[in-house]
Design a protein around this ligand. Structure first.
Ligand SMILES: [Zn+2]
Length: 308
């Protein structure tokens, strides 16, 4: 056990008297475990915290059974980040970045166009072999990850969404606060109040304004429970709390899965991958677990890979 007492959960809620639903995600030990042994520079760790909390918030607002994946690809110092979360609440992720950029520039500009550069962000829902993968993709547009996600929602004509993200890779606390304006017509209506369109817009805007009053320090304060935070924000309008769901870090890599990947390489390629000691060493990029394959294991892989 470490001393990280921050919660690891997603707390769904709705705002009374408005068609507004929300998710508050807070990650302590789970964020700590994701950073564990990667030694990311501080700004990369911070981005990972934001992306991890955001992924958990978005995932919980979707109905799916399987895996939700958020991945960025871009041409800046942080060239790739991926976070995935299962519908059971296990989460993992990693980042690829250019070490030299952070070595040269210790006060690197952390605005997305600088630290990530231009590129895109992809949202994928994977519910298993027999179902179609849903993918949404959008260019990175905004100064922060939260702005990039909001512009995705705006352009894809999905629910109006407001998002606040905060992460500190030193204390290892990460928070996402997301609210969405629920539709008042159509088949997925979750209307709780009969509001006129004007009242509906007004209650949405006041929810957004209240949310934007929240300070980063409050979002990351281990002395405030999730309920404390939501009460502080929405006690005037009233807030309804639903059952929270625990989140934890867990990698899903196994020797079998790594073998299956290696088996797709040709025998020549496999031979080229051998170390001086005659081993193929593969490291899981999420959890940094090392898998070693010796000649016997390679013979098995070749048999799997043989034609016919
Ligand atoms: Zn792993």
């Amino acid at each position: 056990m470490t001393g990280n007492q921050f919660p690891n959960e997603v707390q769904p809620f709705s705002i009374e008297g408005a068609n507004v639903r929300g998710r508050l995600v807070r990650l302590g030990q789970a964020f700590d475990d994701i950073l564990s042994s990667h030694n990311y520079p501080e700004p990369v760790g911070g981005l990972m915290g934001e992306l991890t909390a955001m992924t958990a918030a978005l995932a919980d607002s979707l109905k799916y059974d399987g895996l939700f994946i958020l991945q960025t690809q871009s041409d800046g110092p942080v060239s790739m980040m991926v976070v995935d979360v299962t519908s059971d609440g296990t989460i993992r992720g990693y980042a690829r970045y250019d070490k030299d950029s952070f070595y040269r520039d210790t006060k690197i500009n952390t605005a997305v166009p600088h630290i990530m550069g231009s590129g895109h962000i992809a949202f994928t829902v994977d519910q298993g072999l027999d179902t179609e993968r849903y993918q949404g993709i959008t260019t990175l547009e905004g100064a922060s990850l939260a702005e990039c996600a909001q512009s995705y929602f705006r352009r894809s004509e999905q629910l109006e969404t407001a998002l606040l993200l905060a992460a500190d890779s030193t204390t290892r606390h990460a928070t996402a606060l997301m609210i969405q304006k629920m539709p008042t017509t159509g088949k997925d209506t979750e209307q709780r109040r009969n509001l006129t369109p004007e009242e509906d817009d007004e209650s949405w805007h006041s929810a957004v304004i209240l949310m934007s009053s929240m300070m980063t320090a409050e979002l990351l304060d281990p002395g405030l429970s999730s309920l404390d935070l939501l009460y502080r924000l929405y006690h005037k309008t009233g807030v309804r709390i639903y059952t929270s769901k625990p989140l934890k870090f867990q990698c899903r890599c196994t020797e079998e899965k790594i073998s299956a990947t290696l088996a797709s390489f040709s025998p020549d390629d496999l031979a080229d991958m051998k170390t001086a000691k005659g081993l193929i060493v593969t490291t899981c990029e999420f959890c940094l677990t090392e898998y070693n394959f010796d000649d016997d294991a390679l013979a098995t892989l070749r048999a799997l890979n043989s034609p016919g």
